[in-house]
Design a protein around this ligand. Structure first.
Ligand code: TYD
Length: 212
């Protein structure tokens, strides 16, 4: 029996993270393992309130936003992630600290020192595996538009989304043990197969089954 692990999905807008998080949970279920899907910001009643605050109305200071994301994350770890893992359920999370590093660190210009200090104070558990769903921002934005219900993050200009993509690439290159970059521009089935291969090899100690 493998100990329950913490998996995060990261990537730009329209990269298919939420779809893949649900599909991965279904794979776990059909393999007889229990998994919970969560998201950031959010995941707890308080976190969902913070999410609504952040996404509806942009704080004036990037620091305000950073602290709100960090507060939601501290609560998420304490109330959901750590207890679920302790009870033997895998946790699959749509976005986590890498989003803060890229959106607030690289794009909103908050210093690395401040981001790192907050991580040290609030991140009690790092992901065991981070799946970066990578795709050209043009495709991601088209998908996000087709999906409707845009938030203010979706409305930013293309260079912003290109910088975002580069930010996730940089993290994956710096932390290759934790991160795997997956081509998210392909159909969902192909992406799902790669996600399961990464999980099988890195966390389950299995060789990939090329037939599924
Ligand atoms: P959401 O609608 O969930 O976007 P997506 O479907 O692309 O994940 O909105 C979450 C937004 O919050 C997203 O644009 C990224 C942003 N975000 C940050 O800026 N910092 C963070 O730490 C997190 C978790 C999210």
């Amino acid at each position: 029996m493998v100990t329950a692990k913490f998996i995060t999905f990261e990537g730009g807008e329209g990269s298919g993270k939420s779809t893949q998080a649900e599909r991965l949970a279904a794979r776990f279920a059909s393999s007889g393992m229990s998994a919970v899907v969560s998201r950031e910001p959010g995941g707890t009643p308080l976190g969902e309130k913070i999410r609504a605050l952040i996404l509806d109305r942009r704080p004036q200071a990037a620091e305000t936003e950073l602290l709100l994301f960090a507060a939601a994350r501290a609560e998420h770890l304490a109330a959901l992630i750590v207890p679920e893992l302790a009870s033997g359920r895998w946790v699959i999370c749509d976005r986590f600290i890498d989003s803060t590093r890229v959106y607030q660190g690289k794009l909103a210009g908050i210093s690395h020192a401040l981001i790192e200090t907050l991580e040290q104070l609030t991140v009690t558990r790092m992901p065991d595996l981070t799946l970066v769903l990578d795709l050209p921002p043009e495709i991601g934005l088209e998908r996000a538009k087709a999906r409707g219900g845009q938030n203010r993050f979706d409305e930013a200009a293309l260079p912003y989304h290109q910088a975002l993509r580069a930010g996730f690439h940089d993290i994956a290159a710096r932390e290759p043990k934790r991160c795997v970059v997956i081509d998210g521009a392909r159909p969902a089935d192909a992406v799902e197969a790669d996600v399961w291969t990464a999980v099988s090899i890195r966390l389950l100690g299995l060789l990939p089954d090329r037939t599924s």
